[in-house]
Design a protein around this ligand. Structure first.
Ligand code: LIP
Length: 308
């Protein structure tokens, strides 16, 4: 991990795009390979899911384009994000994390998140509480309202206009809320794992993101937050489940999370209704123009018949 810190300042880091502004570096791949191979040596029958690749039963790493799904019921599965916050890493920004989660029967039972620049190791296992380094048991914050909350949100690599407009509407609604008052503070860290570790440690009150990159962004942090007395849910407030593909997440203490779920639902509903109204207005305008044109044509035809 010292080498991870050193490589961050290396000027000739090989960076590739996974599509658009989504980046991967040689260090992501190298770290994933080392972590996976070390775990595989200890647990040869276990399954592995990494952000950059998947580990085949032959002991080889395959490229992330290889099809893979969550393994079956019984295989304990290690879920690895070798560098969460790759864009931060590329820019030398300190909010980066290495995350490892272990899921058994689709339930994350163990999680470790290491913040190499801060040298903070967060860890938790089911029933064992969560800790950072040699510190006391972690506890999520007790903030009960957004007016007392420091919220973290990320806008990942999606640059679609509609998605961005909706994302900014949600933040605007929180920043201008009348009751109980506007959000106390808003941050964007660029790393889902840093967010979840800091929520578990009570240094951020809540985390909201629509568009986390995959299970590796959330798995390890989920158990940290839960063992620190908090909850991690999906957009409708449903339990967050391991599922391949992009995801949505809200984490924090239960009261604040259910308030945020309701507020997101409210904004999404309003934006959706406005969009439907705009479509209805457009259709109405087109219909009116069509009727106008038809009436003009009929008048012209009538006039031609009368003059003939
Ligand atoms: C990133 C996450 C970030 C999210 C991005 C992306 P990466 O992971 O940590 O929170 O907004 O979509 O998934 O690519 O830095 O490992």
């Amino acid at each position: 991990m010292a080498s991870l810190r050193a490589r961050q300042s290396r000027p000739c880091l090989a960076v590739e795009s996974k599509g658009g502004v989504d980046l991967v570096t040689e260090v992501d791949r190298l770290c994933e390979k080392e972590i996976t191979q070390a775990l595989h040596a200890e647990y040869p029958t276990h399954a592995f899911i990494g952000e950059e690749s998947t580990f085949l039963s032959t002991g080889e790493l395959s490229s992330s384009s290889a099809p893979f799904g969550l393994p079956g019921e019984s295989a304990p599965t290690w879920i690895i994000d070798p560098i969460d916050g790759t864009t931060n890493f590329v820019h030398g920004h300190p909010f980066i994390a290495v995350a490892i989660g272990l899921s058994i029967h689709q339930d994350v039972v163990l999680g470790v998140i290491y913040l190499p620049v801060l040298n903070e190791m967060y860890r938790a296992w089911r029933g064992g509480g969560a800790r950072c380094n040699d510190g006391p048991l972690l506890k999520v914050s007790g903030a009960q309202s957004i007016h007392d909350a420091l919220l973290v949100n990320n806008i990942g690599s999606c640059r679609e206009e509609e998605f961005l407009q909706l994302s900014f509407h949600r933040l605007y609604a929180l920043m201008t809320a009348k009751l109980p008052g506007p959000l106390q503070g808003l941050r964007m860290s660029g790393s889902a794992c840093v967010n979840l570790a800091l929520v578990a440690g009570g240094r951020l009150d809540a985390y909201v993101e629509d568009g986390v990159g995959g299970v590796w962004d959330v798995a390890a942090g989920k158990i940290l937050v839960e063992e620190a007395g908090g909850v991690v849910v999906g957009w409708e407030g449903e339990p967050w489940v391991l599922r391949m593909g992009r995801g949505r997440v809200i984490a924090g203490n239960a009261a604040l999370v259910s308030d945020l779920v309701a507020r997101m639902r409210d904004v999404d509903g309003r934006v959706w209704r406005r969009k439907r109204l705009r479509v209805a207005l457009k259709v109405g305008m087109i219909a009116l123009m069509g009727m106008g044109l038809l009436a003009m044509r009929r008048r012209r035809e009538g006039a031609t018949r009368r003059s003939g």
